[in-house]
Design a binder for this molecule. Sequence first.
Ligand SMILES: Cc1ncc(C[n+]2csc(CCOP(=O)(O)OP(=O)(O)O)c2C)c(N)n1
Ligand SMILES: [Mg+2]
Length: 447
Amino acid sequence: MLSLRTIRARSWRSIPLARTIATSETSAPHSPPQRHGFLPGAPASAITTKLHFFNSVLEQSQIPTYRVLDGSGNIVEGAVEPEIDEAFARRLYHTMNLLPVLDTLLYNVQRQGKISFYMTTHGEEASVVGSAAALGSRDEVLGQYREMGVLLWRDYPLSSVMGQCFSNENDDSTKGRQMPVHFGSPEHHFHTISSPLATQIPQAAGVAYALKRDTERRGKDCAICYFGEGAASEGDFHAGLGMASVLGGPLIFFCRNNGFAISTPTTDQYAGDGIAARGPAYGMDTVRVDGNDVLAVLGAVREARRRAVTGGKAVLVEAMTYRVGHHSTSDDSYAYRARQEVEDWKKIDNPLHRMRRYLETKGWWDAAAEEALKDSQKKIVMEAFRAAENTPKPVLDNIFTDVWDEMPWILKEQKEELREILRKYGDVWEPYKTERVKFRGNGVLEP
Ligand SMILES: Cc1ncc(C[n+]2csc(CCOP(=O)(O)OP(=O)(O)O)c2C)c(N)n1
Ligand SMILES: [Mg+2]
């Protein structure tokens, strides 16, 4: 070891360095060996005399996209199918199909004013379900908001989906106090969604660090953090990846790059090579995958999980897809993108068609199976919807509970104010009259 004083006393150029590298990547066969300096922030950085600027992870080209199925659902020549049996493949397809059935119904139900808000997953079924299927059932999920498919994969009941969206008594975790699609379920290891973008990213770094420190779970369980490419423009993205890379802990950062952050296209979000290019900057193993190819997503996330768990570190996956639906029920995307573009994307690389074709080629699916699936899913979703319409919301007092053990004076005041408003207008003003009867106990506050 050279002392700092010795290092300072010598010119780095003249020191015969012990740490000499001559790797096949960095040196031509007969070129002189490359040398390191003593740069504390980049100790393995070779010294070069060539003034060379670079602006790409892979010089001259973009990071490639991993694919197993082609746009029509045939195996790409040379691709390795992830190991799946018939039952698993059918389950993947079932879950991918359940998403649009729920989405179509709940989107329309919002339009009828029966729920306040909704967000669909149209176009991103393969990204969400394929990644969920690669996880262990106890892996911790930190979602953004468009990841209901992860819960469906984990057999989250339809009564709970409806209960959350209708804010009724079946909303077990959040008791009707969250916006629709802001799911949370400790039983399913699904951390409650919060609207402010990217908050889940540093939180995920913390969850992974906790898993690393937990002797029971270390080497077994993993965390996955979903986020959109738009959320990756937030400061919390960089804070989260920075923490995860330094602290360690098993974590998959899964970016759904669906082309838009509401109305902002990716061209207004980044000038570099997508989100994947940022992984190596944080020292993370990174892969870009065709997010509309469920087998590619499954294979990529399985490998990402293996690396994350065995290496106790964070890995980045960028899934390239397209948001076919509007951002949410509060958005009309035809104000900023051509209707035809959307129509085209319903056909190009359609994730559901590709998986169906794959199943058919295997002899695991046919038109009769498709019809039976469509009928049964429509039926169970309609039943769950009808039940939700007739399930009361929790007692109104719930608004004031669960944050403090003992209610503080400010909440007591607010509760009395609400009681007074309801006494005055509750039976005469139409909106109050129709709403309060939806609550258990007819919206009467307890003393
Ligand atoms: C801090 C913050 N800023 C702005 C918003 C408003 N907002 C909600 S979703 C969204 C777009 C996010 O896009 P992306 O991360 O790509 O996810 P996608 O909706 O495409 O799935 C914006 C700007 C917010 N919720 N939080
Ligand atoms: Mg997006």
